[in-house]
Design a binder for this molecule. Structure first.
Ligand SMILES: Cc1ncc(COP(=O)(O)O)c(C=O)c1O
Length: 394
C-alpha cells in the first residue's frame, strides 16, 4: 500500500543535526538547532524545574487521566503569564497542548473550522514549520514582507502596507517576540501600528509566543500580545514552555483563545476540546505540572525568573561579544545588527555558497538561510566564529 506514497521532505533543522553529528572534526561549531546551551554546550535542567519535579515525585498520588483541557492550574497560570489580566477572564479559554507546536496546531485547526475560506499570512521569512502546519490545516498561505536583508531589520513600512490590504477572512500569524529565524523584532510603537491596522481591517491575529523571557524580559516580550489583547476583541495565542522553562522534551504549551464575550468563548472552547479529543484525546501532564508548581509558588517562581534572566543576559552578552569580535577583525559595522537582534536567533544574510564555505572550511554549521543560534557560543567559539565569518565575507 505504501507504494502510493512518495518520500516527504526532511525537516532541514533535523537534517543539519545529522550532518553535524557525522562531522568528526574537532572544534566544530553547531549553530543549528534552536535550543539554549550554556558555556559548555549543555542544555541544563533549570534548578526550579528540578525542585518542582522532586515535589511531584514525593506528593503525586495518581496518574489517572487529566482531562481533555489538560492541567487547569497550568492553563490559568499561562494565561496570566502571557496576558497579565489584559482581557477579562470570562472572555478567555485555554487548553494545555503538546508544546508550542501543538498549541499552534490546535489553534489553526480551530480557525479552519471558524473560517473555512480563510487565508493565513506568515512573515517572510518565518519559522519553517508555520507554512506546512497552516497548509496541513487546509489553509492557503501567503507572506507579508518582514526581513530586510540590507539592514537586517524589519521592513516595517512594507509589512504594514500589506497588512492594511487584508480583510476579515485573513489570519495574520505574528511572532510575539524573538522572531524566528531573523532575530529582528517590532518595537512597541510598531506593535501599536500593527494593532491599529488589525482594528481597521478586521484581519484575525494568531500570535505565536514561543520565547517569552528570551528577548527583553518576561513583561517586555509580551508587549505585542497584550497590545492585541487590549484592543482586538477576538484573537488566539499559542505559548510554549520549551525554551523559557528548558523543558523541550516534556512538550508543554498552551492554546489560548479570546472571544468577544463569554458565550462566544464557550462555543470556541467546545470546538477546541472537540479537536483535541479527536486527535490525541488529552495532553501529557508531567511538564505542565512542573510549570504549574513553579508559577504558583512564590519562591520557586522567583528562582525560575532569576535563572531565565541569567539565560537572557547571556544571550544578549553573546550577541554583543560576536558583534564586537567581527567589528574588531573587519573594521566595519556590517555585523553590528547581531547585537540589536533579540532571542536565540539571528539571520546573518549570507548566501548559500558562503554558508557552504563556512561548513566545508571552518566546520561552522548554520541553517542554509544563514540563521544562527547564538545561545550555544562560549567565548573561545565566538572568537573562532568571528574569524570564520570575516574570512568568508571580507
Ligand atoms: C516560532 C516558534 N513557534 C513555536 C515553536 C514551538 O516549540 P515547541 O513545540 O518545542 O514548544 C518554536 C520552536 O522552535 C518556534 O520557534
Amino acid at each position: 500500500m505504501f507504494e502510493t506514497l512518495s518520500k516527504a521532505p526532511q525537516d532541514k533543522i533535523f537534517a543539519l543535526m545529522a550532518e553535524v553529528a557525522a562531522d568528526a572534526r574537532p572544534g566544530k561549531i553547531d549553530l543549528g538547532i534552536g535550543v539554549y546551551k550554556d558555556d559548555d554546550g549543555n542544555t541544563p535542567i533549570m534548578s526550579a524545574v528540578r525542585k518542582a519535579e522532586e515535589r511531584i515525585l514525593t506528593t503525586a498520588r495518581t496518574k489517572t487521566y487529566i482531562g481533555v483541557a489538560g492541567n487547569k492550574g497550568f492553563c490559568t497560570a499561562m494565561v496570566d503569564l502571557a496576558l497579565a489580566g489584559t482581557v477579562p477572564a470570562e472572555r478567555v479559554r485555554s487548553v494545555q497542548a503538546p508544546g508550542g507546536t501543538g498549541a499552534v496546531w490546535v489553534l489553526l485547526t480551530l480557525l479552519k473550522r471558524a473560517k473555512p475560506n480563510g487565508r493565513v499570512w506568515i512573515s517572510d521569512p518565518s519559522w519553517p514549520n508555520h507554512k506546512p502546519m497552516a497548509e496541513q490545516a487546509g489553509f492557503a498561505v501567503a507572506t507579508y514582507p518582514y526581513f530586510d536583508p540590507a539592514t537586517r531589520g524589519v521592513r516595517f513600512e512594507e509589512m504594514l502596507a500589506t497588512l492594511d490590504t487584508l480583510g476579515p477572512d485573513d489570519i495574520v500569524l505574528l511572532h510575539g517576540c524573538c522572531h524566528n529565524p531573523t532575530g529582528a523584532n517590532l518595537t512597541p510603537g510598531q506593535w501599536d501600528e500593527v494593532v491599529a491596522s488589525l482594528s481597521r481591517t478586521g484581519a484575525f491575529p494568531l500570535i505565536d509566543l514561543a520565547y517569552q523571557g528570551f528577548g527583553d524580559g518576561l513583561e517586555e516580550d509580551a508587549y505585542g500580545a497584550r497590545a492585541i489583547a487590549k484592543a482586538i476583541p477576538e484573537f488566539v495565542l499559542a505559548t510554549s514552555c520549551s525554551k523559557n522553562f528548558g523543558i523541550y522534551r516534556e512538550r508543554v504549551g498552551c492554546a489560548i483563545i479570546a472571544g468577544k464575550d463569554a458565550a462566544a468563548a464557550d462555543v470556541a472552547n467546545s470546538q477546541m476540546l472537540n479537536i483535541v479529543r479527536g486527535a490525541y484525546s488529552q495532553p501529557p501532564d508531567h511538564g505542565a505540572e512542573i510549570v504549574r508548581i513553579i508559577l504558583e509558588d512564590k519562591d520557586l517562581r522567583a528562582e525560575w525568573q532569576a535563572e531565565l534572566e541569567a539565560m537572557r543576559q547571556r544571550m544578549v552578552g553573546n550577541r554583543q561579544a560576536l558583534a564586537d569580535a567581527i567589528r574588531a577583525r573587519s573594521n566595519s559595522t556590517d555585523f553590528d545588527f547581531v547585537a540589536q537582534h533579540r532571542g536565540m536567533f539571528s539571520l546573518l544574510g549570507l548566501g548559500v555558497s558562503t554558508v557552504e564555505h563556512l561548513k566545508a572550511n571552518n566546520a561552522v554549521y548554520m541553517l542554509d538561510d544563514s540563521r544562527i543560534n547564538i545561545a550555544g557560543l562560549a567565548d573561545e567559539r565566538i572568537q573562532r566564529l568571528a574569524d570564520a565569518i570575516v574570512g568568508a565575507t571580507h
